[in-house]
Design a protein around this ligand. Structure first.
Ligand code: CA
Ligand code: CA
Ligand code: CA
Ligand code: CA
Length: 525
């Protein structure tokens, strides 16, 4: 840093090292100031221009260079008493005449802080009063200005101004504890001296530190400031907690337990779970479900009746029906299950003699079909034939062996029949559809054999006994010795007029004899 000095009557430039703070100023700096140096001159002084040196002043002035008192002519503030390390000086005013109208700087030998150079003018060949200069004032620990022109703000913290006025800061801290429980640091305030020439920290107040252990009687106490309220306590006096069941489900209800002398009392007022009761709609076992819920334990609702022993597709036909079983409780009602099945009836073999439906097929057993061919006991008309004088018979329905079927007995009751008669043409007395069955001939109809043309009443043919027997035999209508012939001597008429009977046969008559002798006759009467 560039500084400037007054040595004798001359300003000298000097480059010096600067260390902030009086107490740290090097001996070189101190020595320099002792020789009338300062720092940070205004720009117009920071030059080698000759105008800065009074040409009227002889060199080697005998004015001491380290004057520390302000001139008597200075009407400004009273000079500041020098304090330790504080150099107060000002630019010396030459004595003797001067060139009329000349001017030169005057005032403090520093322009740091609030200090300001003034101007002195030569009037009547004498230097007049220093105008406009501002000299160092007393330091004010509460001011951020550099009133004492020492190059530092007056409130710079150092041995004199220990602290910034009106500020506070923590003190007596408890690292790791402050902020927990009651623990916190104290606080101290910066106290400014009445004359503001110094400041210092006041007494530390309000600090609270940790104790050995937390209280077990004050809820939330963290006096040991470890961030664990009531640390080391089983419970806090007067605390009431739920006890008994794990949760309030069904009939289960919490009880209360109270902290007394750092221990919880016995549980009071709790309702705990009981055995399950399949007959109860309550949740006695506190599992979240009504006890009578049907599951693997209570397998049915007590008193419930259900079908059992069923016969698919058969029940409700005839005798068939399902059974029933009732839900009954196990020991202590802790379980439930259905009891035995009763009342179940299954199908039986069909009985053609029963009007019931024993085989449960939906129809009466005695319904007539291929199995039960008829209704047992029924009597039906029956026939063999209805020809001739025959009439209807009867037959009866009977059960087969075992009753599994039925059938009709043989037809009976047909009128007893005689053999066909052979002396009545067309007779079918035996109702076999064949008239005159068994007859070799029918009386009145005759036989066809000329040698047996006579029909007996028994239906057999024998030798003719009369011409009538031969009537039905063509060309042989004459019975002659049991044989039907054409003619006989006595039956020549059977031949035509031109024939004659010869050997029972009609043959051509011989030519008539020449005129017959009258009155002769050849015929017998
Ligand atoms: Ca200062
Ligand atoms: Ca604690
Ligand atoms: Ca339950
Ligand atoms: Ca049936």
């Amino acid at each position: 840093m560039v500084g400037w000095c007054v040595l004798g009557k001359q300003f000298l430039r000097a480059e010096i090292g600067w260390v902030r703070g009086w107490s740290g100023v090097s001996s070189v700096l101190l020595a320099t100031f002792a020789a009338g140096c300062t720092i940070d001159p205004p720009d117009y002084l920071n030059t080698d221009k000759p105008a800065l040196v009074d040409p009227d002043e002889p060199s080697g002035s005998n004015v001491p260079s380290n004057v520390t008192t302000r001139p008597a002519r200075d009407a400004g503030p009273a000079p500041t008493p020098p304090d330790a390390g504080h150099v107060s000086t000002e630019i010396p005013v030459p004595v003797g005449g001067c060139t009329e109208g000349a001017t030169r700087p005057c005032g403090p030998n520093t322009v740091s802080g609030t200090c300001k150079l003034g101007t002195i003018t030569c009037v009547n060949h004498e230097w007049g009063e220093c105008e406009g200069a501002i000299y160092p004032a007393a330091r004010d620990c509460s001011s951020a200005l550099d009133n004492d022109c020492d190059g530092l703000p007056d409130n710079t913290v150092d041995d004199t101004c220990e602290c910034l006025a009106d500020t506070k800061e923590p003190c007596q801290t408890h690292p790791g504890f402050d902020g927990n429980g009651p623990c916190h640091a104290g606080e101290r305030s910066c106290l400014l001296a009445a004359d503001k020439l110094s400041s210092e920290w006041g007494e530390c107040t309000g600090a609270v530190g940790p104790v050995v252990s937390d209280s077990c009687t004050v809820k939330g106490d963290d006096s040991d400031c470890d961030a664990r309220p009531n640390g080391g306590c089983v419970c806090v006096e007067g605390d009431v907690v739920n006890c008994g069941p794990i949760e309030e489900v069904g009939i289960c209800k919490f009880g209360k337990s109270t902290c007394v002398n750092n221990a919880f009392s016995a549980c009071v007022g709790a309702t705990i779970k009981k055995d399950r009761d399949c007959s109860s709609a309550l949740d006695n076992d506190c599992d979240g479900e009504p006890d009578n819920s049907v599951d693997a334990v209570c397998t049915c609702t007590l008193g419930e009746i259900q079908a059992c022993g069923e016969h698919p597709d058969l029940d409700d036909n005839g005798i068939c029906k399902a059974g029933e079983q009732t839900c009954v409780a196990g020991a202590g009602n802790r379980t439930s299950a259905f009891g035995p099945c009763t009342g179940s009836v299954g199908p039986a073999p069909r009985s053609c003699s029963s009007s019931g439906d024993n085989d449960c097929d939906g129809t009466p057993d005695n319904t007539v079909d291929t199995t039960c061919a008829c209704t047992i006991g029924a009597v039906l008309e029956c026939t063999t034939t209805k020809l001739g004088n025959c009439r209807l018979g009867v037959q009866t329905c009977v059960a087969n062996s075992g009753g599994a079927g039925s059938s009709l007995s043989p037809c009976t009751g047909v009128a007893a029949q005689a053999a066909d008669k052979c002396n009545i043409p067309g007779d079918d007395a035996n109702c076999d559809g064949v008239p005159n069955g068994g007859c070799g001939c029918v009386a009145g109809v005759g036989c066809s054999d000329p040698a047996a043309a006579h029909c007996n009443t028994t239906g057999t043919c024998s030798a003719c006994t009369s011409n009538a027997d031969c009537a039905s035999i063509s060309g042989r209508n004459v019975c002659s010795a049991g044989l039907c012939v054409e003619c006989t001597a006595t039956s020549a008429a059977a031949c035509s007029a031109t024939e004659v009977c010869t050997s029972n046969t009609c043959v051509a008559a011989p030519p008539p004899p020449p005129p017959p002798p009258p009155p002769a006759a050849t015929e017998t009467p």
